[in-house]
Design a protein around this ligand. Structure first.
Ligand code: SAM
Length: 275
């Protein structure tokens, strides 16, 4: 490959991945929209739709970068709370969180939903923090530098774990999956959004042409960085397909593993539970 990733050591791959995201951090969000024609927003919305988090849920978003999943999570929780309040009001009840659902803090206080964004790259997190400031998000969100393969969290901490377009950058996927399982509470859910194998041969040819010929050019024109975007395309091609990744999740110990293809398999959403 461009970086010769097949021949470099795990440590070298990790340091190259780090440099790629350090280089692209400031332009990452603009590039995401440009490269996917805005479709990454729909894929991320689909992740939240399937996750369907409820007030009080604690999410760990690994490889969370500039916070796209975290902001969606907080918006989704807010919309669920509003829905529940409206329902309670229409039933003539005074909405207290204890009435609306079980499991909320005693005393009827608002449930404490929280999302922790964990990423190995502090430049990506810096951009995320700036976005949080400009959106005025002050509570329920924290940013932690950490490696998916060695998460800086205790066991059984989170109801939900997500990783969007991150796991293909991790050196030892099996180790990252084991860590995901460790930090989830029993009954917790793992969700992974990642580029995958296009199922339709015609779409596959179009997609290949777009990926190899258009994306590095966009990388050069918008971010002045051909190499990083060439790496992104190559890393997508090397990532296990839908069934293989499902197998890796099962090997790691997840149950009820299933996946959904989005945009003809350009992206797959995998889900599994810790029992
Ligand atoms: N999840 C975000 C999104 O969907 O917009 C960012 C995805 S970005 C393509 C990949 C992210 O994975 C980068 O922020 C990178 O720093 C992070 N990453 C790469 N290797 C990692 C690792 N071992 N542990 C945690 N994060 C990692």
């Amino acid at each position: 490959t461009h970086f010769g990733f097949e021949t470099v050591s795990e440590a070298e791959k990790a340091s190259k991945v780090y440099k790629v995201f350090e280089n692209v951090a400031q332009k990452y969000d603009v590039m995401n929209d440009a490269m996917s024609l805005g479709i990454h927003r729909l894929w991320k919305d689909a992740l939240l739709h399937v996750m369907h988090p409820q007030p009080g849920a604690r999410l760990l978003d690994v490889a969370g970068g500039t916070g796209d999943i975290a902001f969606r999570f907080l918006d989704y929780i807010r919309s669920q709370q509003e829905k529940q309040q409206r329902r309670a009001m229409s039933l003539g009840q005074t909405p207290s969180w204890r009435d609306i659902s079980d499991g909320y803090p005693a005393g009827g206080g608002a449930p404490e939903s929280a999302v922790v964004v964990c990423d190995i790259n502090k430049e990506m997190l810096k951009v995320g923090r700036q976005r949080a400031d400009s959106r005025g998000v002050t509570t329920g969100l924290s940013w932690v530098v950490g490696d998916a393969e060695e998460l800086p969290f205790n066991d059984d901490q989170f109801d939900l774990y997500s990783i969007a377009f991150g796991i293909r950058n991790v050196t030892r996927i099996d180790q990252a999956l084991k860590e995901a399982l460790r930090v989830l509470k029993p009954g917790g859910r793992f969700l992974c959004l990642e580029f995958s194998k296009v199922t339709n041969p015609v779409l596959e040819r179009l997609y290949d042409a777009y990926s190899f010929q258009v994306i590095p050019v966009l990388g050069e024109v918008i971010a002045g960085d051909w190499k990083s975007y060439q790496y992104l395309v190559e890393s997508i091609r090397k990532f296990p397909d839908q069934e293989e990744f499902k197998g890796l999740m099962e090997d790691a110990g997840f149950f009820c593993v299933q996946y959904f293809n989005l945009t003809g398999g350009v992206v797959a959403l995998h889900s599994g539970f810790k029992l």
